[in-house]
Ligand binder design. Structure first.
Ligand code: 5GP
Length: 199
């Protein structure tokens, strides 16, 4: 993993349905230095998802082979499926670009163990659980059972907020986006100052 460059890594974690995917896409659209890390998963694709764009969809057997070959920087089992970030993808991307990771708290813990990363960890939460439920149902991409499973994991997920550098409550997507932009700008400025490029 490139640890000396000035490109940065931003982790955006949240319980399902809080708006993280929309926000990561907005960041990438506005800032052409950013690339979204495309994870590997054993979950089935949703109707609107494209292999290689939203995820690399692989079989459980393939995923377990990648684990045994130590090819992931981090991986986790979430809702009975594996999700993980391949080392090679990160190593290639960070040479030229900043990276946004849409990963859970388990992956965040694993990535945090690497030293000297220019890493910002942001945790997004919904302002209330009822609103979250409505969003998950409206999204209509998950079965009723999956919605229930994801809501249950909300309580577990939010226990991990203290592992993050920032916690943002997503009441309004535009406000939330602005807050994330400010965090990124400040972090990049600090890096520039510490590398003596700005005095
Ligand atoms: P979904 O099935 O809704 O796309 O994602 C479920 C959860 O998996 C989300 O919380 C998402 O952040 C997390 N996730 C997606 N990719 C990865 C990954 O590569 N590693 C880890 N640890 N979590 C991931």
């Amino acid at each position: 993993m490139n640890r000396d460059g000035e490109n940065i890594m931003v982790i955006l974690s949240s319980p399902s349905g809080v708006g993280k995917t929309t926000l990561t896409k907005k960041i990438q659209q506005k800032y052409n230095t950013f690339r979204i890390s495309v994870s590997h998963t054993t979950r089935a694709p949703r109707s609107n998802e494209v292999d290689g764009v939203d995820y690399h969809f692989v079989s459980k057997k393939n995923f377990e082979t990648l684990i045994s070959e130590n090819r992931f920087y981090e991986y986790a089992k979430i809702f009975d499926n594996y999700y993980g970030t391949l080392k090679k993808n990160v190593d290639d991307t960070i040479l030229l670009n900043d990276i946004i990771f849409d990963i859970d708290w388990q992956g965040t813990k694993q990535l945090s163990k690497f030293d000297n990363l220019n890493l910002i960890k942001i945790f997004l939460i919904a302002d209330n659980k009822k609103e979250l439920k409505n969003r998950l149902i409206k999204r209509a991409q998950n079965s009723k059972e999956e919605v229930e499973k994801r809501l249950k994991s909300f309580d577990e997920d939010i226990k991990h907020w203290s592992d993050y550098d920032y916690v943002i409550i997503n009441k309004n997507l535009d406000v939330c986006f602005k807050q994330i932009e400010n965090i990124i700008h400040n972090f990049k400025n600090k890096l520039l100052i510490s590398s003596h490029k700005v005095l």
